[in-house]
Write a protein that binds this ligand. Structure first.
Ligand SMILES: Nc1ncnc2c1ncn2[C@@H]1O[C@H](COP(=O)(O)OP(=O)(O)O)[C@@H](O)[C@H]1O
Ligand SMILES: [Mg+2]
Length: 222
């Protein structure tokens, strides 16, 4: 299978402090990989390095064909189009409706044809079980629904790799399980998922490959 992410001997830093030491890891197309570890263990730092928000200054790191140690700032938007990124706090535009939130990203990534934009919006909303939600204001939605809009938004440009940073962190157990099921469905369609969490309730619902973040090190769970 195609390797989407390949890190060799990479150490990650925040403010000159080493947060993750000597990480070597490969992630292939179609995998669902958990990042499990306490707050402060470096999960978000690793995810940020993948979307070139934390620099790689040592070792070798490549993601979706980009060498992260050598990536130029004008290439970063193109790397990010191959990724779908989902955060704990949804990061929706709350003065706009669901359709406008999706259209905003499409306009920013080169979509111009209004018919294609509409069709794609309906398509991604269907993938997250939000048919008919186009005209709802995001503040009228439950947390779980808002998170599903943010997943729909991440799917717009058919990403090769989804990065989810504690996507259930603000949700009740029932909504969390629904979100996990959406990610499972996306993963069954061959999109790779990296899912950072410290939510054991979610984690125990679905078994998959797991990287443990602890004491500045990342280890593969047996
Ligand atoms: N922007 C930042 N500036 C300085 N230190 C940071 C920053 N972001 C994270 N850190 C520190 O890096 C370490 C790892 O944090 P983080 O990657 O956010 O962990 P996690 O996502 O597992 O909770 C923590 O000690 C945290 O305080
Ligand atoms: Mg984090």
């Amino acid at each position: 299978m195609q390797v989407l992410l390949d890190y060799k001997n990479v150490s990650l830093f925040q403010n000159d402090r080493e947060v993750v030491s000597n990480l070597s890891i490969e992630i292939k197309k179609g995998e669902f990989v958990y990042l499990l570890g306490k707050t402060g263990s470096g999960k978000s730092t690793f995810l940020k390095s993948i979307y070139a928000d934390v620099p790689i200054n040592n070792g070798n790191a490549s993601v979706c064909g980009y060498n992260l140690g050598k990536i130029k700032s004008n290439e970063i938007p193109f790397l990010r189009r191959k990724l779908g990124i989902i955060f704990q706090d949804f990061q929706l535009l709350n003065d706009r409706n669901v359709y406008e939130n999706l259209k905003f990203v499409m306009n920013a990534t080169g979509w111009t044809d209004e018919t294609k934009i509409k069709t794609r919006a309906i398509d991604v909303l269907q993938k997250v079980n939000l048919q008919g939600f186009e005209n709802k204001k995001t503040h009228q939605l439950s947390g779980g629904e808002q998170q599903r809009v943010s997943i729909a938004r991440a799917l717009i440009n058919n990403p090769e790799l989804i990065l989810a940073d504690e996507p259930t962190g603000n949700l009740d157990p029932e909504s969390s399980e629904e979100i996990l099921n959406v990610f499972k469905k996306i993963n069954e369609a061959e999109t790779s998922v990296i899912f950072a969490t410290h939510d054991m309730l979610v984690y125990n619902k679905f078994k998959s490959r797991t990287l443990i973040f602890e004491n500045n090190l990342v280890t593969e769970k047996a």
